[in-house]
Each structure stands twice: as structure tokens, then as C-alpha cells.
Design a protein around this ligand. Structure first.
Ligand code: NAD
Ligand code: UGA
Length: 466
């Protein structure tokens, strides 16, 4: 086991690897941190002199990169060199849902993780602590260890699990002030030493009470469990939102009322058009798959319901738009405000907006999309990926604009699909004047001031209000 960590390598320069390593480098100036990736374009963007060109938009990220890059933070495509130099190697590559073979549509695809393990095994010439940063099925550490040891070299590998809990849009804040970090490792002498090496890194900026240590399996499974619980809260409140619309109850008032109970807590109770993001669905599907693989059908069904409810919520919102617009939106111009899966990120993976837009396009609506951070090519790529209609048709029916007023001008309806702050500050009187009448607003995030909109003349739909 390496005594002191002087060099860290992180494989995968994505949403997790980039910000996490930038913060470690910022807080541990004596450690050289090298983030590597096979995606040359991504690495070039991380190295771009113009900080606005970093591949990921996160509040506060460019300041951290500016402070550490070139000092002790490096981005490179030379994966082998960085592995050889490092005493500690983080695996932070993507673990998407499998799209083929056994477990298709459910299980996590571990091919990228396995490739990393094989590469580490092949090129290493000294002892290493290998850290699972990616979100992985419980017991993956076992497979990684087997692969690492299979080269039969006279060096020692220790595998730790250190799942990441940051949320996009608040990544830097979450890393700087983490509620906790979790480190799982073998509970023998060497395992505990390896755990200690990683504890010391986080102890540069977090108090010891916030650094939890467990066995490897608890750590791996805690990550899937945390995401399942979080997503479950969203599905729970969204289920109640549907009931509110029929009963005169107001979902935001309910969230307040139940959130005041300290056992329930007030966070993560915002009704929405559905949760998105690269991980909630993927991780729950994975959890469901693992439960089924052990024959735990009731457990699997229980968690699967969180996904079913989320799909229902997206569909329900889109149906409401069609029903309210007199059962036809064919040829009608509808503004879509927001494409990212949540505010303050340019990430669109699994965004509810994609599915709502697809539904509305099936009804032959003409969509005008505006998002402050998402690029037009991303929006088209997201739709094309669904394969519902031809690429030409997607471009004919959907236009991406850079001015929100242009999106709403002459439209029959406005839909709010991401909770961007700027939407609140638009000149809604001006918007109303420009729209077809009756002018509808469907607020899928309950962010606009409903009373104000109504006083202007809008007909409004809010989630969870009758
Ligand atoms: P990402 O797709 O943004 O980044 C992964 C990167 O790994 C890509 O740039 C890819 O090119 C690179 N890569 C893949 N295979 C490689 C290889 N063999 N060698 C070198 N580079 C390789 O993914 P992400 O969002 O950063 O997620 C990474 C992991 O972290 C996933 O397991 C995810 O579930 C987990 N996670 C993500 C978040 C999040 O907010 N996005 C939060 C917590 C955990
Ligand atoms: C989530 C978790 O919050 C992180 O702890 C975890 O590390 C991460 O997944 C991951 O493993 O990838 P993230 O997906 O970035 O983070 O963002 P969240 O803030 O959790 O939001 C997820 C989705 O739920 C968004 O679409 C958001 O709009 C929605 N949401 C969230 C609601 O609809 N209502 C809420 O009250 C909260």
C-alpha cells in the first residue's frame, strides 16, 4: 500500500471526474492530479485558455480550474502515463444502462469500467489504490480486483468504493461542503490503510465526522440506495400532484406542510414534470435488475414503481397540454422554455423536456424551443436519438431560438419544462400581447407567479393545483 499519495490519476473527465478532481487539486496543492480521457475534444476543452469553453457548465467551476490548472491539476489524453505515475487511480467513467444483450434496458453497462481495470492492470509497475468513483452495481469491486490481480504482477492493488453524491448545477458547492463523503474498503489491515489514504485527502477540507467509512459492499449499495430514495421522493410528490388537481388541494402547500415534519424534511419535495438527469433512472433500473437477479421480485417491483410514476408524470403533463388546447395542437405553435433536466446545467440527459416535446411533436405541434444554456445541436440530437421520426422532420417541426420572446411570439401556449430563474423575470405582459388568444401557460415546474399571469389574462395550468 502506498504510504503517501503524491500523484492521483482520474480516468474519465466528465461531469464527475472533472469537477471532483478540480476540487481535490484545489484543496490539496501538494498532490499532482491528472485527469485523463480518451475523448480528445473533451480534454482540449478542459485545457482551453478561455474558461467559458470548459466542457461542463457549473457555477464556480471555472474559478476552481483557474486556480489549480497548470499548478497541480492537469488534463491529458495520455492515460497510460498518468496511471503509471499515480499511487491512487480513480475510475470515473460512464456506466450507462445496457442497450444490448442480457439486462438490456436495465443493467449497468460495465464495459468502460472493465476496460479501465484492464488498462490499470496492464501498465502498472507499482502498488496502487484503485478507487471506484463511478456508480456501480454492488459487488463490482470483486470483479475489478480479479481483473487487476490477473496479470500476476508482483504489485498490490487495493480497491476502494468512493461514490460521488454531487448534483449537477451545484457540483462545486456540493463538493466544497459535502454532507458526507463515503469510503468503502476491505476491513483488514491493508484495506483500512488504503481507506485512511483517501480519508486524508478529503480531510484537507472536510471535518472527520463527515467522512464515513464502511465495508465495500455497503458503500457501493449506498450510492444506488441514495439515488433511489431521492428519486422516490420526487415520484411521491408527483403522485400527490395528480391527486391535488382533482381535489382542490395545492401540492406546494402540501410539500410545505409535510416538509415541516423534521422526520420527512423539506428538501426534494418539488412537484415537477418529471425527474431527469443521467443517473436517477439508470441507477433505479440497475437496482431493480440486481434485486430481480437475486429473485427479490417484490423489492424490484417496489422500486420500479418510481420509474413508472415518473413516465406517467411526463405523459400526463403532455396530455394536459393537448386536452386543454381543445384536443388538438396540430399546426399550433407552442413555446418550450427549458430543455436542460434542471436549472443551472447544460446537461440534457433524460430530461423530461425531451419526452414532452416528442409527445407534442407526435401531435404535429410546431415547437419553438429556448434554453439559456443548451446548444441547438444537442436538442436535435436528443430528439433524433429517440428515433420517433426522421431527422428532417424533427428539424422541420422544431425550431431552436436564442431569444425567449421569439419562442413565445404568436404562440398558442407556453410550456415551462426547466426551472431556470430567468423565466420569472420575463416581461409577461409583453409576452401576452404577442401571443394568440386564449393564451395558455403550462408551468411544469411551478416557478412562475400564477396570480400575476392570471391578472394579465393568461389561462394557466400548474402542476398539483386544480
Ligand atoms: P460522463 O459521460 O460525463 O464522463 C465519462 C467520461 O469517461 C467520458 O468523457 C468518456 O470519454 C470517459 N471514458 C470512458 N471510457 C474511458 C476509458 N476507457 N478511458 C478513458 N476515458 C474513458 O459521465 P459522468 O456523468 O461523469 O458519470 C460518470 C460516473 O459517475 C457514472 O457512473 C455516473 O453514474 C456517476 N455519477 C454521475 C453524477 C452526475 O451528476 N453526472 C453524479 C454522481 C455519480
Ligand atoms: C442526483 C442526486 O441529487 C445526486 O446526489 C447524485 O450524485 C446524482 O443524481 C447522480 O448520481 O448522478 P442530479 O441528477 O444532478 O443529482 O440532480 P438533482 O438535483 O438530484 O435532480 C434530479 C432531477 O430531479 C431533476 O430533473 C430535478 O428537476 C428533479 N427534481 C429534483 C424534482 O423534480 N423535484 C425535486 O424536488 C428535486
Amino acid at each position: 500500500i502506498p504510504k503517501k499519495i503524491k500523484n492521483i490519476c482520474c480516468i474519465g473527465a466528465g461531469y464527475v471526474g472533472g469537477p471532483t478532481m478540480a476540487v481535490i487539486a484545489q484543496k490539496c496543492p501538494e498532490i499532482k492530479v491528472t485527469v485523463v480521457d480518451i475523448n480528445e475534444q473533451r480534454i482540449a476543452a478542459w485545457n482551453d485558455k478561455i474558461l467559458d469553453n470548459l466542457p461542463i457548465y457549473e457555477p464556480g467551476l471555472s474559478e476552481v480550474v483557474k486556480e489549480a490548472r497548470g499548478r497541480n491539476l492537469f488534463f491529458s489524453t495520455d492515460v497510460d502515463k498518468a496511471i503509471v505515475e499515480a499511487e491512487m487511480v480513480f475510475i470515473s467513467v460512464n456506466t450507462p444502462t445496457k442497450t444490448y444483450g442480457v439486462g438490456k434496458g436495465m443493467a449497468a453497462d460495465l464495459k468502460y469500467v472493465e476496460l479501465c481495470a484492464r488498462q490499470i492492470a496492464k501498465v502498472s509497475t507499482s502498488d496502487k489504490i484503485v478507487v471506484e468513483k463511478s456508480t456501480l452495481p454492488v459487488r463490482t469491486a470483486q470483479s475489478i480486483k480479479t481483473i487487476l490481480d490477473a496479470e500476476g504482477k508482483d504489485i498490490q492493488f487495493k480497491v476502494l468504493s468512493n461514490p460521488e453524491f454531487l448534483a449537477e448545477g451545484t457540483a462545486i458547492e456540493d463538493l466544497h461542503h459535502a454532507d458526507r463523503v463515503l469510503i468503502g474498503g476491505d476491513q483488514d489491515v491493508d484495506g483500512l490503510k488504503a481507506i485512511q489514504c483517501l480519508v486524508e485527502i478529503y480531510a484537507h477540507w472536510l471535518t472527520k465526522e463527515r467522512i464515513l467509512t464502511t465495508n465495500v459492499w455497503s458503500s457501493e449499495l449506498s450510492k444506488l440506495t441514495a439515488n433511489a430514495f431521492l428519486a422516490q421522493r420526487v415520484s411521491s410528490i408527483n403522485a400527490i400532484s395528480a391527486l391535488c388537481e382533482h381535489t382542490g388541494a395545492n401540492v406546494d402547500e402540501i410539500a410545505n406542510a409535510i416538509g415541516a415534519d423534521s422526520r420527512i424534511g423539506s428538501k426534494f419535495l418539488k412537484a415537477s414534470v418529471g425527474f431527469g438527469g443521467s443517473c436517477f433512472q439508470k441507477d433505479i433500473l440497475n437496482l431493480v435488475y440486481i434485486a430481480r437477479s437475486y429473485g427479490l421480485e417484490e423489492v424490484a417491483d417496489y422500486w420500479n414503481q418510481v420509474i413508472i410514476l415518473n413516465d406517467y408524470q411526463k405523459r400526463r403533463f403532455a396530455e394536459t397540454v393537448v386536452n386543454t388546447l381543445f384536443n388538438t395542437i396540430s399546426g399550433k405553435k407552442i413555446a418550450v422554455l427549458g430543455w436542460a433536466f434542471k436549472k443551472d446545467t447544460n446537461d440534457t440527459r433524460e430530461s423530461a423536456a425531451i419526452y414532452v416535446a416528442d409527445y407534442l411533436l407526435n401531435e404535429q405541434a410546431e415547437l419553438m424551443v429556448y434554453d439559456p444554456k443548451v446548444k441547438p445541436e444537442q436538442i436535435y440530437a436528443d430528439l433524433d436519438y429517440l428515433n420517433t421520426r426522421s431527422e428532417e422532420e424533427n428539424r422541420r417541426l422544431l425550431t431552436v431560438v436564442t431569444n425567449p420572446y421569439e419562442a413565445m411570439d404568436d404562440a398558442h401556449a407556453v410550456t415551462i419544462l426547466t426551472e431556470w430563474d430567468e423565466f420569472k423575470n420575463y416581461d409577461w405582459k409583453k409576452v401576452y400581447r404577442g401571443m394568440k388568444k386564449p393564451a395558455f401557460v403550462f408551468d411544469g415546474r411551478n416557478v412562475l407567479e400564477n396570480e400575476l399571469l392570471k391578472s394579465i389574462g393568461f389561462l394557466t395550468f400548474n402542476l398539483g393545483r386544480s
